[in-house]
Design a protein around this ligand. Structure first.
Ligand code: ASP
Length: 326
């Protein structure tokens, strides 16, 4: 009898562990979706699409991208937080995952509690651009013109909490001028509006702006990093061009819903590390002005630390800015 009970207890203890390990052996068992919280044709979408091939190869599975737009990324985050935690729904989000919690009064998810970090992906500088016929040749002229004509100038962004929104807020505060802002579901559509002359200026990631800057279809006034960006090395950093403390880079990470089994997270993190080593991916990233993070940061722990410290960093800044959304 005692033997029989011990055997049952043994199986009850070992079975769940066995099934979790087995889960990771058969993972992925169906198509994996990377949810992108912004519109197709924008920077986050571009990063996801560059990742799908090498990440799919590393996981020996198929990956598709789904764009879920709205509220600067929060609509997608809320959706992912409620998705099955089986590793088949991945979430690629950027700095906005750390700022939404301070910007939105009612957020239907918690960026720390409801997600499992997988790893950081890369950092993307931003650029300040304007429509082609905007009457300013450099940053100093742009600032003077914007200040003198603020009532008729509008600034595009990808929703409250998006990188373009944060950078646009920093710009308005740096020049002490409030502008009319125009939100889009992503800077893919915002870029089309800017090129079509419906909006005037925008802060956007090099992944989206580099091809336009190179083609000369937009005006560019500065990059938001201390160092120049090799892909567009003629563009001066904002701090050299006239705004000394202007610095912002867009960090990106991959998450899964809370409760995803650890063996699956570990498998995903290893696959992400392998994908980020891929020479074609690295070349594409650098053509777009993006830098993959060092491999030591492509881990759940590094992303957890980054997310937490960015939440702590942005909270007081946003509180002081007085910008909140419902
Ligand atoms: N990442 C957004 C996009 O892909 C833009 C932003 O955050 O500003 O459209």
């Amino acid at each position: 009898m005692v033997k029989k009970i011990s055997a049952i207890v043994f199986f009850l203890c070992v079975l769940p562990l066995y099934s979790v390990l087995a889960q990771s052996d058969v993972y992925p068992s169906k198509v994996i979706t990377i949810v992108v919280p912004f519109a197709a044709g924008g920077p986050t979408d571009a990063v996801a699409r560059v990742l799908t091939r090498p990440l799919g190869a590393a996981l020996k599975g198929q990956i598709i991208v789904e764009n879920v737009t709205g509220a600067g990324g929060s609509v997608a985050a809320a959706r992912v937080a409620k998705s099955p935690p089986d590793g088949h729904t991945l979430f690629l989000h950027h700095i906005g995952h750390s700022t939404a919690v301070s910007l939105y009064r009612k957020l239907p998810y918690d960026p720390i509690r409801d997600f499992e970090p997988v790893g950081l992906v890369g950092d993307i500088p931003m650029t300040l651009i304007a429509k082609k016929d905007f009457p300013a040749r450099d940053l100093k002229e742009l600032i003077a013109y914007v200040k003198a004509n603020r009532a008729k100038i509008n600034l595009a962004h990808a929703g409250i909490g998006s990188a373009s929104h944060l950078c646009g807020m920093l710009f308005q505060s740096a020049i002490d001028t409030d502008l009319t802002t125009v939100p889009y579901g992503g800077t893919g559509p915002a870029m089309l509006a800017l090129m079509g002359g419906q909006v005037d200026i925008m802060c956007d990631q090099t992944v989206n702006t580099t091809p336009q800057i190179k083609a000369g279809t937009v005006n560019v006034y500065g990059v938001t990093t201390k160092a120049r960006v090799p892909a567009i090395s003629h563009v001066p950093p904002m701090h050299e061009a006239g705004l000394p403390d202007f610095e912002v880079a867009v960090w990106n990470g991959i998450y899964t819903p809370r409760g995803t089994p650890k063996p699956i997270i570990d498998k995903l993190a290893r696959a992400l590390q392998e994908a980020l080593r891929d020479p074609a991916l690295r070349q594409r990233f650098s053509e777009l002005g993006m830098e993959a993070v060092p491999e030591s940061k492509v881990t759940p722990e590094a992303l957890r630390v980054q997310l937490k410290s960015e939440i702590d960093k942005w909270g007081p800044i946003i509180k002081r800015s007085g910008v909140f959304a419902d």
